[in-house]
Design a protein around this ligand. Structure first.
Ligand SMILES: [Zn+2]
Length: 286
């Protein structure tokens, strides 16, 4: 917190979490860049909202990066993947993603509400696109910076907070915001990627009163499981599942996020469908 300017600063630094993503596919450098930016942007954005579910950033389009999807859960777990063809360019973003719609979806866990926003693929990078999204939204003034060096990914987000109704506003809020943005822009890639935040922030914002808040760990986590995969097979229907079994001998489902493989033979498949509706009814109280 920058107490004088009333601005929130959030920094995300990914090291192991990012390496977990890299271990799962041989991404070309320019795919790594856009995926790493998304892996940082999503928890940055998630930290600005109060939610108990998950936040998903997804782009699906005609570009060399055909699919980009990153999900962050309220518990700090996150996962991401990209699908691509050939050698995507570094920039602009539209040349990387093609005519993609970038969607930002917030799902609240308990209430089951879904909010969706559309981010236009504008500018050189995801950073530009998200900045543009905030400039054109009714939300609090927000800016972010995203960096990647091949091993680590990091980002910084600034957000002006609403004024407490009781607070006497003697300061020039716009001027404060402009100054703080300029200070944040001086943080270079290497500093943001490798510095200890507790020393970096007081130095960068030395004109303000910096109050350090808690550190929240992030980690790579995939929500897939054998149970969920079974549900997927159930969704195919018995006849379709039997067809695949006949052709392939078994049903093999690989999770694209974490590469874990689930194999189902004919006995597994029979079990899945036998535990279908009639049996499940036995556990229901009428
Ligand atoms: Zn998985």
């Amino acid at each position: 917190m920058l107490e004088k300017a009333n601005v929130r600063v959030i920094i995300v630094q990914l090291d192991e979490t990012w390496k977990e993503v890299l271990r799962r596919a041989e991404y070309p450098r320019n795919v790594q860049r856009v995926l790493s930016h998304a892996m940082v942007a999503v928890p940055l954005l998630a930290s600005t909202i109060k939610f108990d579910g998950r936040l998903t950033l997804q782009a699906r389009g005609s570009g060399p990066v055909k699919l980009l999807v990153v999900q962050a859960h309220a518990d700090g777990g996150q996962r991401g993947l990209a699908q691509w063809v050939g050698e995507p360019p570094e920039k602009p973003l539209q040349a990387v993603l093609g005519d993609a719609t970038l969607t930002l979806q917030i799902e609240s866990g308990k209430r089951g509400e879904v909010y969706q926003g559309v981010v236009e693929a504008k500018g050189d990078s995801l950073q530009d696109a998200i900045d543009h999204y905030f400039e054109n939204s009714e939300q609090l003034p927000t800016r972010l910076w995203l960096h990647y060096n091949g091993d680590q990914a990091a980002g910084l987000l600034l957000q002006q907070l609403p004024l407490e109704p009781s607070a006497a506003d003697s300061r020039d809020r716009e001027d404060d915001w402009r100054k703080v943005s300029l200070m944040a822009a001086t943080v270079n890639s290497e500093e943001l990627l490798t510095s200890d935040v507790t020393t970096l922030l007081p130095r960068v914002f030395s004109d303000d009163d910096v109050r350090l808040l808690e550190v929240e760990p992030l980690r790579f986590a995939c929500g897939c499981s054998r149970e969920r995969t079974s549900a997927l097979i159930q969704g195919l229907g018995y006849d379709e599942a039997k067809d695949i079994l006949q052709q392939e001998g078994q049903i093999e489902i690989i999770c694209e996020f974490c590469n874990s493989k689930n194999v189902f033979d004919s006995i597994d498949v029979e079990t899945i469908f036998r535990s279908d509706a009639p049996d499940a009814d036995e556990n229901t109280v009428h």
